[in-house]
Design a protein around this ligand. Structure first.
Ligand SMILES: [Zn+2]
Length: 222
């Protein structure tokens, strides 16, 4: 009763389209849940996502849940997760990824780390929220201790892939890499634009351990 009253006063809205949610809906309305662009996690490779990485790093697979478009609903969702404190929305979408696709081929999930100063400023790591949802749903263990970001860099906006890679080349550090040896590693990020962040972090992991690397972005730009 009180909940219904509060819902009237402060209705919950869809995080993609802002329409008021009905009682059975959480986070996203039913229409957005079905109609948001999803390329499919297990595309035949090579494809438009793998083209961002092919020939530049040795890896197994690359996945993206949503297709990202400038100014679109997916960008709106990502903005809420990244800048508006919506950690639980990230976890929810991570759980959607874990539910929609069988990811049992992986042994460990590593979220793309934030630099400690960025972490302090934001209060949470959006990639870790998504990774938590995936881990919870799939049962694959999650580690935030093996991959760290030890250098802070200026914004990458406006830079091409080569410039981004050059900027990011020395910002990641792998801790206790021997523990990753032989594991099938799934590296998670919120958004994949040029692929430079995956390439830079992935190169560090490949240089330090014999783990097999795959990538998953909640959303990728075509
Ligand atoms: Zn909606």
């Amino acid at each position: 009763m009180i909940n219904s009253f509060l819902q009237l006063l402060y209705p919950k809205c869809c995080f993609a389209c802002d329409q008021v949610l009905i009682r059975s809906e959480t986070w996203l309305c039913t229409i957005c849940r079905f109609e948001l662009p999803k390329p499919g996690l297990f595309l035949e490779q090579p494809n438009w996502i793998s083209h961002k990485l092919d020939g530049l790093i040795e890896y197994d697979r690359v996945h993206a849940y949503f297709l990202f478009a400038e100014g679109g609903k997916v960008q709106h969702i990502l903005h809420q997760i990244k800048y508006k404190g919506q950690e639980k929305l990230g976890e929810y979408l991570g759980a959607c990824v874990g539910r929609s696709f069988s990811l049992e081929d992986y042994d460990i999930i590593l979220p793309m780390p934030l630099h400690p100063s960025r972490m302090k400023e934001r209060g949470y790591n959006q990639a870790a929220c998504i990774a938590r949802g995936i881990s919870h749903e799939s049962g694959i263990p999650l580690s935030v201790a093996h991959l760290l970001r030890t250098k802070q860099v200026a914004s990458l906006i406006g830079l091409n892939r080569a410039e981004r890679y050059q900027t990011l080349e020395e910002v990641f550090e792998v801790i206790r890499p021997d523990e990753l040896d032989g594991l099938r590693i799934l590296l998670i990020d919120d958004t994949m634009t040029t692929g430079a962040t995956f390439l830079a972090a992935g190169a560090k992991i490949k240089a330090a351990s014999t783990g097999k690397l795959s990538f998953l972005a909640l959303a990728a730009l075509k």
